[in-house]
Design a binder for this molecule. Structure first.
Ligand SMILES: [Zn+2]
Ligand SMILES: [Zn+2]
Length: 555
């Protein structure tokens, strides 16, 4: 082991949005920090999720000591099942983070063979030559930690995602002291979240949404529907408290909302006032001014609960004139189209739509603004600085911010993109050789397709399973489909005209028939519905997963 270098290897999330993952290597020891995913944009129609290409880790499989998770957001844990299917390494994270990972692993029937280790903020573990201390930070999801990683060359601090929230709803405050202590003793390298570097000042506390939510509860005369991320426990707690105060019952709607609130409740992270919950099927029986519905699907995902409600195709909730729908969330870049489409549908139903920036806010960011980023840099005072989690413009701005601060001891900053490595040894830090990275498109089945054992790389996918194009002609004037849908395929079993594809045509026809006229008028929704139904059918009949790309023609 003559190699006395520390290598920082960004596997995803630097210079791109989402799918965060980073490897640290010293000698023959590698640790992995986070394994995230991103949702595909419209150019990647036909796949469900996108994860980093983990081949660097596969190539060094014998050296990888473990996966350490900072928090439970999808852009940090969504790729875990995929990584673990290639490398069965132990996983470390806080209880809530691991509970969310467990849920994912369970869907892929991978839970049994996985070694999950719960850690607490303040505790330490040893992985190879690395000693890792977990430090509590505040973020939009509870139980988030930063990592102080002691390496043979010095300490590396990885912030994870954070903001410095002085009043989190769970009263678990940011552990600034530990950051400062490490800073005092000397930190080799700081890796810090860049998401909100272009926002001046401080990000508001999670509690800042309370006045706006309170107003919604007092002013809404009919049903109140609030949508937020199911993992936003801070937000959910405030909604539950306000509902109790205003004598409204609460129903959770959407699979992830039901699952995650149950997990959080079981772990004591979400307190649910006595007998406040009602079942989704009872929503429409309640007096409209006595019920609040908390629903998942803020990003306009076509199959989500809120999207179904928007097109009046949800079996438990039908929007009526005068209902209020509040989106307590932001638009994740790339999702604009789907979200606006969903909002248009909601507005068409006559509901009052509350969204966007306003004061007091209906949503606050989970990421620290400029002053918080400066605060952390000033406390940690690293010798080297590498901004993480952001697109290039954010990383470069964050690096400039560090240079302007000129805190004692800063020798250099490096803007790295995914695949560009940094090498540190006793002589200093410099750019290292590039490693192979990329994106892997996974057709995993949505949350609704339970236990589909996944993971097909797109190319293999195409060469083995082919692709299927259902072509639907819709009459411009009547909104009805013209004749039976056509299906064109390449490389798929049987080929065109085979019995299976003839049957597939009626599957598509059935999807069209069972959709509401509003859904039929929305091609984005129809494409996704057809894709999901056809995928389920073809997979069941043939055990294959061709790439399915629905084409809708207006005639
Ligand atoms: Zn993130
Ligand atoms: Zn996050």
């Amino acid at each position: 082991m003559s190699d006395r270098k520390l290598r920082i290897v960004p596997i995803g999330g630097l210079g791109e949005f989402g799918m965060n993952s980073m490897a640290l290597r010293y000698g023959d020891d590698i640790i992995v920090i986070d394994a995230g995913m991103m949702f595909p944009d419209s150019e990647l129609l036909g796949v469900d999720i996108v994860t980093p290409d983990f081949s660097y880790l596969e190539q060094h499989a014998g050296m990888v000591r473990g996966l350490v998770l900072t928090h439970g957001h999808e852009d940090h844990i969504g790729g875990v099942p995929f990584l673990l299917s290639q490398l069965n390494i132990p996983v470390y994270g806080t209880e809530f983070t691991l509970a969310l990972v467990e849920r994912r692993l369970d869907e892929h029937e991978m839970l049994e063979q996985t070694k999950l280790h719960v850690v607490k903020a303040g505790s330490r573990i040893k992985l190879g030559c690395f000693e890792i201390e977990f430090i509590r930070v505040t973020h939009s999801i509870v139980s988030s930690v930063a990592l102080a990683i002691t390496t043979p060359l010095g300490v590396v601090i990885h912030t994870g995602d954070f903001k410095v929230d002085p009043t989190p709803t769970d009263n678990e405050v940011f552990d600034l002291h530990t950051f400062a202590e490490y800073g005092k003793r000397g930190v080799l390298l700081l890796l810090s979240d860049s998401t909100n570097v272009d926002r001046p000042g401080y990000t508001e506390s999670e509690r800042a949404v309370r006045p706006r939510l309170e107003e919604l509860f007092t002013r809404s005369e009919r049903r109140l529907i609030i949508s937020c991320f199911s993992s936003s426990i801070h937000r959910l707690q405030q909604i539950l408290d306000l509902a109790a105060e205003s004598q409204r019952k609460v129903a959770f709607l959407g699979r992830s909302m039901l699952n995650v609130t149950e997990i959080a409740h079981n772990l004591g992270l979400l307190s649910i006032p006595d007998s406040i919950l009602v079942r989704p099927q009872d929503i429409m029986q309640m007096a409209p001014d006595k019920i609040a519905v908390v629903v998942s699907g803020t990003q306009g995902e076509p199959m989500s609960a809120l999207s179904r409600v928007a097109v009046d195709n949800h079996k438990h909730l039908s929007l009526q004139k005068g209902d209020t729908v509040a989106l307590s969330s932001r638009i994740i870049p790339g999702n604009e189209k789907g979200i606006y489409r969903m909002m248009n549908h909601i507005a068409r139903r006559g509901a009052n739509l509350v969204y966007g920036s306003m004061s007091p806010p209906i949503h606050v960011s989970g990421h620290g603004s400029e002053e918080e980023l400066k605060l952390v840099m000033n406390l940690v005072r690293p010798r080297y600085f590498v901004p993480i989690h952001g697109e290039y413009r954010q990383l470069s701005r964050h690096a400039k911010l560090a240079q302007h601060l000129r805190f004692a001891g800063l020798q250099d900053t490096f803007v790295l993109e995914t695949g560009e490595t940094l090498e540190i040894d006793s002589a200093g830090a410099r750019r290292g050789e590039k490693v192979a990275v990329g994106r892997v498109c996974i057709d995993s089945g949505s949350l609704d397709d339970v236990v589909e054992d996944i993971i097909i790389r797109d190319r293999r996918h195409l060469s083995e399973d082919g692709f299927v194009l259902p072509i639907i002609a819709i009459n411009k004037h009547s909104g009805k489909s013209e004749g039976l849908p056509e299906i064109v395929s390449r490389g798929f079993v049987g080929g065109d005209g085979s019995a299976i594809l003839v049957e597939a045509r009626s599957v598509v026809a059935r999807t069209l028939e069972t959709s509401t006229s509003e859904e039929r008028g929305d091609w984005g929704v129809m494409q996704e519905k057809i894709r999901q139904d056809l995928k389920r059918f073809l997979n069941k009949q043939t055990q294959r997963r061709p790439l399915i790309i629905p084409v809708i023609l207006e005639v």
